[in-house]
Design a protein around this ligand. Structure first.
Ligand code: SF4
Length: 449
């Protein structure tokens, strides 16, 4: 259980020296308990107290690192029930399943296809992270071989799934260097699985048949010194598993239940009869509150929407997504290519650049810093004024790249045209379309195409 403010206060020096930035040790204790202060802000905490207090300042759901390399990721670490309260931190990890008895050629073909499922969006590379290797027949050698092939020939990280400690051990020996997640220790296998996880310092998932039954399992692992735990409450029906996710999140965050303060693993692949339903269930877990979602396979029709949903839910609602201010080239522009200017709101950039690319008219796109606001909002907030735009265009260096002097401003910012002209007296200012969708026709007309 997390410590209360008063319990924390009892462990502090009680000198009220104010070095932590608040007037009293009691105020600091209260801030620490509510997550508003860092323990390191008090330089006088004893080592013994520090150890106890570390628990109070730890996230209520432990962040668990999974895998190694470019697809390394973290599950858990969440601090709120609802995204609008603050933000969600660690995006739901997406996994697909392969059987340990799958033929080598079949597996290699899948890896090639799945590796290609990467999508550029708002400057990010959206892609899944894990492959779950499922033990199909208790053959430890085949299991290890399959896991090894994935680890050595792809970027994917792994979940090692078996009921047998011997099979898991073989898998860990083969791919332990990739920090795989061991799945899943039950009441009868917790000792053997726990020892493997502890010895190899790997994360481990526990599986029970209810939320309550998870508690003794996580407590046992914690007592063994295994801290990176993932939990599966066992339910495989839609209503039950959704209720489990909410109960676990609520118990960890609101009830301070450290035994349930771990990311969850969910299995839409075991809950649906067809890929469409599987994707819908996966979408539910991305929203609430799956730490890891295991699918039967990756395909672009279901993976892309899930990645986009994940991107939307796990972006900080208090920070607009932005792109860097500067000059962006679209389609190898030259000295005669049109020049457009807009704001640095990521969505604005990607919609405008996408339409411009689609038009096949090479052009220059100037992105002006506007605190990540869209054109109309930025203009209304005084972040995209005519003076500012004019100064930015001068400083951008675009004049050295072109031989004409026409600047296209967004239709929604038509009102700034006069002020831009005043700031850029040698330029002619053209008001572009309001909607990005009309940009291709506008650009084609401009070059007479
Ligand atoms: Fe108390 Fe430490 Fe803050 Fe000083 S720095 S007031 S000892 S909590």
């Amino acid at each position: 259980m997390a410590l209360t403010g008063i319990q924390i206060f009892k462990l502090l020096p009680k000198t009220n020296c104010k070095e932590c930035g608040v007037p009293t040790c009691l105020a600091f204790a209260m801030n620490l308990a509510s997550g508003k202060a860092e323990l390191d802000n008090c330089p006088y905490v004893s080592d013994e107290a520090r150890e106890k207090l570390a628990e109070a300042s730890a996230p209520p759901i432990r962040p668990v690192k999974l895998g190694k390399g470019v697809r390394e990721t973290t599950a858990g670490g969440e601090t709120v029930m609802y995204r609008h309260e603050k933000t969600f931190y660690n995006p739901t990890v997406l996994a697909a399943t392969v059987s340990s008895s799958m033929g080598e050629a079949d597996l290699a073909a899948r890896l090639t296809a799945w590796n290609a499922l990467q999508y550029e969006r708002v400057g990010l590379n959206l892609r899944p992270e894990l492959i779950a290797v499922k033990d199909s027949d208790g053959n430890a050698e085949a299991f290890a071989k399959t896991a090894k092939l994935i680890a050595e020939t792809s970027e994917f990280n792994l979940i090692l799934m078996s009921d047998s400690a011997d099979v898991i051990k073989a898998g860990v020996e083969a791919v332990g260097f990739k920090r795989p997640l061991i799945y899943g220790a039950t009441e009868s296998t917790i000792d053997a699985f726990g020892e493997i996880a502890k010895a190899a310092e790997l994360p481990i998932a526990v599986k029970a048949d209810s939320v309550e039954a998870l508690i003794p399992l996580t407590d046992k692992l914690t007592a063994m010194g295994v801290k990176d735990i993932v939990i599966d409450a066992g339910s495989r029906d839609l209503k039950g598993s959704f209720a489990d996710q909410v109960s676990i999140r609520r118990a960890a965050l609101k009830g301070g239940n450290r035994s349930l303060g771990f990311p969850t693993i969910t299995f839409p692949c075991e809950m649906a009869g067809n890929p469409d339903m599987e994707a819908l269930i996966a979408g539910m877990f991305v929203a609430k509150y799956g730490g890891i979602v295991v699918l039967s396979e990756f395909n672009t029709e279901t993976l892309f929407p899930l990645l986009l949903e994940r991107l939307n839910i796990f972006t900080d609602p208090q920070r607009p997504m932005t792109v860097t201010e500067g000059i962006y080239e679209i389609g190898n522009p030259d000295e005669n290519s049109p020049v457009m200017v807009t704001t640095n709101f990521a969505l604005t950039y990607f919609i405008v650049s996408g339409e411009a690319e689609g038009s096949r008219v090479p052009c220059w796109l100037l992105i002006k810093e506007a605190e990540g606001l869209s054109v109309l909002t930025a203009w209304a907030a005084g972040k995209f004024s005519g003076d500012d735009v004019g100064v930015f265009v001068k400083k951008s260096g675009i004049a050295d790249k072109i031989k004409h002097n026409e600047l296209i401003i967004p239709g929604y910012a038509a009102a700034i045209a006069g002020d831009v002209e005043e700031e850029l007296p040698d330029w002619s200012i053209t008001v572009g379309p309001r909607e990005a969708a009309h940009l291709p026709a506008f650009l084609k007309a401009k070059i007479g195409a």
